[in-house]
Design a protein. Structure first.
Length: 67
């Protein structure tokens, strides 16, 4: 039996979007500092390109397997 979905007001959508904006800012700040975080964890500057490409390549390989 399908249930009727509640309509959200403009301000409810605005507040939800504003919250997601904060989350995006947090991820952007973390991503902008990842090289320094990697170096703090012991990576040399020569290792940084490999560390930056590791996540996209892992996703490229694992996502089709897991679905």
């Amino acid at each position: 039996m399908p249930q009727e979905q509640k309509r959200l007001s403009f301000w409810q959508i605005w507040n939800m979007s504003f919250g997601f904006l904060g989350i995006q800012f947090g991820f952007a700040l973390q991503g902008g500092n990842m090289s320094r975080i990697f170096q703090t964890l012991g990576a040399s500057p020569e290792d940084l390109p490999g560390l930056w490409i590791a996540a996209p390549l892992t996703g490229l390989l694992v996502q089709p397997i897991i679905g």
